[in-house]
Ligand binder design. Structure first.
Ligand code: URA
Length: 421
């Protein structure tokens, strides 16, 4: 078997065998196959696709390339394909843990226009994102939830292949995205999984058909790997909630747990938590939803959040928000907001300091945006659209105005666009 023949086969739209897929994955991590040959195969996959057996074989080959975590109890996990202002993990974890579900979560840092949960938690002084295996398991047993940074040797083949995809224009492929995400989920050992597949101007998937295809591909991989998997498809045509930026997102997550958060964020958090509880406890959606609403209303979820942050060393009382500069963005036109270029808004937040454009950039936890107007809001000239917060002198007001479209009509705008079981 040679890598040349494997590339040739995919170039000619033929199906790769399990042995061929393992050959290239293992050969790549063992440094027997060079970057240029793998890049060539990845491009052939982007252009010619993979069938479900190939995707499944690729996922397992990457999942088996490093450590695998095993729990001797049932756990539930969630994963979002990435968006702007997405702080749902901080909200749903304490909800489901306060209902007796065990959550073992590994999260990543943000890169580019999307944020990462680890950055948000690191905005809380003292919060430890690294725990030993013993500490991780003990914490889950004691309080039902633990969240750590993905530093372990989990799916190292995906790490190497993803880095190559990032620089060879081969990220946007459903088989490659599905196998990348699911290889890490399989290796991290969860028994139940709720996926949040984002679609829209601030997501990888720009149209609903692609989002559905990605969701069903991942659900099928999960089920084949004996993980109870379900996906919701959610709207990323505008940022989620009103706050973008690390400290601002912590504050907004607490608002939702206090029943004072914005409706879109509250709705999607309730939906995700409901499916996580329903899968974990094997109960009906409606029964799970009532339980979720109860723990939000009686503050059990909020108390679990404080317990979780405290247990991992976080000092919420020390959180402060005093950025040096604030730039107010006022409307120059009257009408309804009909479009928000969410990727662009995410990039603006990054430029203010809230995210990183390269993986070595240092984050400013106070930087970010508070949105005052979102899709379908009516604005008059000089109404406040948003405030940009930063510790550096950088004026992005015009950039923000260019990311917003104001017209004379409202549009259809739903938060949840579908569920794939
Ligand atoms: N997130 C991943 O982990 N992998 C992808 O390919 C895309 C998003």
């Amino acid at each position: 078997m040679t890598m040349y023949d494997i590339i040739e086969k995919k170039k000619n739209k033929l199906t790769l065998t399990k042995e061929e897929i393992s050959f290239f994955v293992n050969g790549y991590i063992n440094k027997k196959i060079p970057d240029y040959q793998v890049a060539s195969l990845l491009m052939a996959i982007v252009l010619n696709g993979m069938d479900s057996q190939e995707v499944s074989d690729l996922t397992l080959a990457m999942a088996n390339s490093g450590d695998k975590i095993k729990f001797n109890f049932s756990t539930v996990d969630k994963h979002s394909t990435g968006g702007v202002g997405d702080k749902t993990t901080l909200i749903v974890l304490p909800i489901v843990a306060s209902l007796g579900c065990k959550v073992a979560k590994m999260s990543g840092k943000g890169l580019g226009f999307t944020g990462g949960t680890i950055d948000k938690l690191e905005a809380i002084k003292g919060f430890k994102v690294q725990l030993t295996d013993e500490e991780f398991i003990k914490q889950i047993n004691n309080i039902g939830v633990a969240l750590i940074s993905q530093t372990k040797n989990i799916a190292p083949a995906d790490k190497k292949i993803y880095a190559l995809r990032d620089v060879t224009a081969t990220v946007d492929s459903i088989p490659l995205i599905a196998s990348s995400i699911m290889s890490k989920k399989i290796a991290s050992g969860s028994s139940n999984l709720v996926l949040d597949v984002k679609v829209g101007s601030g997501a990888f998937m720009k149209d609903i058909e692609s989002a559905k295809m990605l969701a069903s591909t991942m659900v099928e991989i999960g089920k084949n790997a004996k993980i109870n998997t379900l996906a919701i498809i959610s709207n990323m045509n505008q940022p989620l909630g009103n706050n973008i930026g690390n400290i601002l997102e912590i504050i907004e997550a607490i608002d939702v747990l206090n029943n004072k958060g914005p409706l879109d964020l509250q709705n999607i958090s309730i939906e995700l938590a409901t499916y996580m509880v329903a899968l974990y406890k094997n109960i009906d959606y409606k029964v799970a939803k009532n339980q979720v609403i109860d723990v939000l209303e009686n503050n059990q979820a909020l108390n679990k959040f404080y317990e979780f942050i405290n247990y991992q060393g976080g000092k919420l009382e020390n959180i402060s928000f005093n950025p040096k500069y604030e730039y107010k963005v006022y409307a120059k036109k009257e009408g309804y907001i009909t479009k928000m270029n969410t990727e662009e808004i995410g990039k603006i937040a990054s430029l203010l300091g809230a995210g990183r454009m390269t993986k070595d950039d240092v984050i400013d936890y106070e930087a970010g945006i508070i949105l005052n107007k979102k899709i379908n809001d009516y604005v008059k000239i000089n109404d406040l659209l948003a405030t940009l917060y930063t510790n550096k002198e950088i004026n992005l007001i015009d950039k923000y105005l260019n990311a917003i479209e104001i017209t004379d009509r409202q549009i259809e705008n739903k938060t949840i666009l579908g569920v794939i079981k």
